[in-house]
Design a protein around this ligand. Structure first.
Ligand code: BGC
Length: 250
């Protein structure tokens, strides 16, 4: 079975039909740049372009880089236009997509859902934390495989700052940090999160998971196992499609 998945990010909107049996993209993904300013209507047009590129007609799962409550309402927008706050994103996107049903959830939650089923978290019980490092830092908390949505651990305070301002890959790029320097910040962040949640496993995702060999070996002194995400940057697309296909609890 295939369902379409779209990942809305601070810099790009990307999507593809997803093969839900295999947890893989069924076609090469298509990406458009996130419009600036990233207002709801402009981004919804971008989503329409991505979905339209494949001529897809049917249900669509969408990720959003902020808190999504009740499966539709956006509550925060750290890295996209603030006009999103309090919009009914499910209705807005469905309107732009010709009335097809839309399922929307937080981007890190979507990535975590995919990793728990098809990737680094498969068959793992206990407390598992997926953290995504990109424009922001996202988190997805699982307890015996069940998602606790919207944990927003990227906004914990670290050294007097919003943690994602210190430990995101955007911070690495903006401040031209070496891998060693950035890894020290990530280590400190993981230690803080570990103190709060004592997870058995950290799954490190986001685009930077492709370069895990450059920084994970530099991170020492964390008790939990730390592994890179396996679906890498497609996890959000796959997780969004999984959620759109779901008919019962997942
Ligand atoms: C947002 C989260 C999101 C993360 C990754 C943070 O700034 O608050 O909701 O998951 O960025 O995009």
């Amino acid at each position: 079975m295939q369902i379409f998945g779209v990942d809305i990010g601070g810099s790009g909107i990307k999507g593809a039909p997803v093969d839900l049996d295999r947890g893989e993209l069924a076609d090469e993904r298509y990406k458009v740049l996130t419009p600036q300013p990233s207002t709801p209507d402009a981004v919804a047009d971008g989503v329409k372009e991505v979905v339209g590129h494949f001529g897809w007609e049917g249900p669509v799962g969408v990720t959003f880089p902020g808190v999504v409550t009740g499966g539709s309402t956006i509550r925060t927008a750290a890295n996209v236009d603030k006009q999103w706050i309090d919009t009914d994103a499910r209705a807005l996107l469905s309107d732009h997509l010709g009335g097809h049903p839309v399922t929307i959830l937080n981007d890190a939650d979507a990535a975590g859902v995919a990793e728990m089923r098809f990737g680094a978290g498969r068959d793992r019980s206990g407390t598992v934390l997926m953290l995504t490092f990109g424009t922001g830092v996202g988190s997805a908390l699982f307890v015996d495989g069940a998602l606790v949505p919207n944990t927003e651990l990227g906004h914990l305070e670290l050294d007097g700052h919003d943690a994602e301002k210190r430990a995101s890959t955007k911070a690495k790029e903006d401040h031209d940090l070496s891998w060693e320097h950035w890894a020290r910040r990530v280590r400190k962040y993981l230690a803080h999160v570990e103190m709060l949640f004592s997870p058995e496993l950290f799954i490190v995702g986001g685009g930077v998971s492709r370069k895990a060999h450059k920084f994970l070996p530099l991170i020492e002194g964390i008790r939990a196992e730390i592994v890179p995400a396996q679906l890498q940057n497609n996890a959000g697309i796959v997780g969004a499609a999984m959620r759109a296909a779901r008919t019962g609890p997942q």
